[in-house]
Write a protein that binds this ligand. Structure first.
Ligand code: HEC
Ligand code: HEC
Length: 464
């Protein structure tokens, strides 16, 4: 079949034209040799195996979710009276930060700088609970964390590559949870933090927030949903409010539309440009970008669209960000899973420096990248992956001794935790980088196809 296609191509096009097609094609020659039929379609920007994507069903928002929406946009809940969830998780910016600041300013006068970059709130609806493998999915009795950690100790880590992401599922590494360090499991529990945190909305005590909720224009929803006595129990009011915000994020398709050009392409409804196609191939090639090893790019067998994360944690060793005020303290380190913002795994130092792999959907709309917001363009991000090991002088600052301060945002004793096995992070000083500049640009062009709003997917009918 393969040989026939190549012969057919040569016969129809003539030898020199056929060679020109092969050479100009975004598909590498090895791809043509492996599957020429698919390669021919790919080189025309088409998806050789279109699928019908299965999206979360769209229904009108429940009363609970409508209440949550009102709370999401309510600035009166903050000490400053000027900050709502939407101030940091801006709907016009994929529910991520509205600017290029590494962290946002909150508190009573909006002058206290946060400590981490604001993540997007999109595509969190299927986020699994925090766990440390093995897979907990079909386990009724959740195993306590210390036991999981002990089990994980005995197992050797496998390298994950874009070609065999199944290995990453078998890996005994931390996965799931919300926040950069996974310290919270549910969207509901999550929202309490920013509501009360002095760096964020600084809403005061639970009792104060409950009083504000009772005075809000939407207070009657509380009475309708939870009965006339609800405001007698302030902790319950706040907890139901957070449940409502979580329902809003789960029910509203705005948080998970799957309407990018790439989704359209997966469904056979769009053609990638030559550059986007080259980027797609490089993104998935274990010898090139290998990005898909962690930022999963393929739909599941039952048609669920890819989320561009494997929900796992890695220590990548990104450079320290001098523009975060908290970093003025030379003894401060953000160690992710092992602290300082969660303390249950403080002694599990093998996880120090690990952060959650974020989705890359709508990443091209962000102006700040990684947990400490150290980078501001996708170009800088690509350079980080490409030169971290081959030419670290391009990524990290130099000390007064003139030496490059590689991995300057992690105490030396934890540097061994940094991932140096998963490509492209497995290269050595002075080796050829995995990508050329043009190839970096191709990958960026592909990441742009992950921006939502390219098309209106066929709405799925409610199940009943
Ligand atoms: C001052 C800015 C700010 C405000 C206001 C804010 N957040 Fe956040 N949010 C953040 C930051 C920063 C993080 C990441 C913190 C971390 O990882 O430690 C975050 C993380 C989250 C996450 C986890 C996302 C993920 O990818 O794991 C959720 C969910 C969330 N916020 C919801 C809310 C809700 C709901 C509100 C309103 C009640 C809110 N936030 C208000 C800054 C803010
Ligand atoms: C070994 C797993 C792994 C591989 C391979 C990988 N990433 Fe990541 N990526 C991560 C993790 C983990 C983070 C967050 C790290 C942090 O904040 O400290 C991240 C963060 C990012 C971010 C920042 C997103 C945001 O919202 O801040 C971008 C963009 C990104 N990766 C793109 C890529 C590209 C492009 C490639 C391929 C060249 C790639 N990644 C390869 C694990 C990986």
């Amino acid at each position: 079949m393969r040989i026939i296609t190549i012969f057919a191509l040569v016969f129809v096009l003539g030898f020199s034209t056929a060679m020109a097609v092969l050479i100009r094609s975004p598909v590498p020659l090895s791809g043509w040799a492996a599957d020429p039929v698919a390669a021919l379609e790919l080189s025309q920007g088409e998806n050789p195996a279109p699928v019908q994507l299965v999206r979360p069903a769209v229904r009108p928002l429940s009363a609970m979710a409508q209440l949550g929406k009102a709370i999401f946009y309510d600035k009166t809940l903050s000490a400053s009276g000027e900050m709502s969830c939407a101030s940091c998780h801006s709907p016009a910016h994929s529910y991520g930060p509205p600017n290029d600041l590494p962290a946002q300013f909150g508190g009573p006068a909006l002058k206290s700088q946060g400590v981490r970059a604001v993540p997007s709130l999109m595509y969190l609806n299927d986020q699994p609970n925090f766990s440390i493998g093995p897979d907990q999915a079909d386990n009724d009795m959740p195993v306590p964390l210390p036991q999981l950690v002990a089990a994980a100790r005995a197992v050797k880590r496998v390298t994950k590559t874009a070609r065999s992401t199944a290995q990453s599922a078998a890996n005994i590494v931390p996965e799931g949870g919300l926040f950069w360090d996974g310290r919270v499991n549910t969207l509901q529990a999550q929202a309490m933090g920013p509501l009360l945190s002095p760096y964020e909305m600084d809403g005061g005590s639970v009792a104060e927030v409950a009083v504000k909720l009772q005075a809000a224009p939407y207070a009657r929803y509380f009475l309708e949903l939870f009965g006339p006595d609800i405001f007698r129990d302030p902790p319950l009011v706040v907890s139901e409010a957070m449940f409502a915000v979580a329902r809003y994020q789960i029910e509203s398709p705005d948080f998970h539309p799957f309407s990018s050009k790439y989704d359209a392409w997966l469904e056979g409804k769009a053609r990638l440009t030559r550059q986007e196609m080259r980027g797609y191939i490089l993104f998935n090639d274990p010898n090139k970008g290998d990005c898909a090893a962690c930022h999963l790019s393929q739909p599941s067998p039952d048609g669920r669209p890819p989320l561009f994360t494997d929900h796992q944690y890695e220590a990548l060793g990104v450079p320290r960000n001098p523009y975060l005020a908290i970093n003025n303290n030379p003894n401060y380190y953000d160690l992710g899973i092992c602290g300082p913002y969660r303390d249950d795994l403080r002694n599990q130092t093998q996880y120090c420096g690990m952060f959650l792999t974020p989705t890359l959907r709508n990443s091209a709309q962000r102006q700040v990248f990684f947990h400490n917001g150290v980078f501001h363009t996708l170009q800088q991000v690509l350079d980080f992956y490409n030169f971290r090991d081959t030419d670290p002088g391009r990524i990290y600052p130099r000390g007064s001794d003139g030496k490059v301060q590689k991995f300057n945002d992690l105490p030396a004793k934890y540097v061994a935790n940094i991932d140096d096995t998963d490509p492209p992070l497995n290269r050595k000083l002075g080796e050829k980088p995995a990508l050329t500049h043009a190839e970096e640009e191709d990958i960026i062009a592909f990441i742009k196809t992950l921006n939502d709003g390219y098309y209106t997917p066929q709405a799925e009918r409610p199940a009943n």
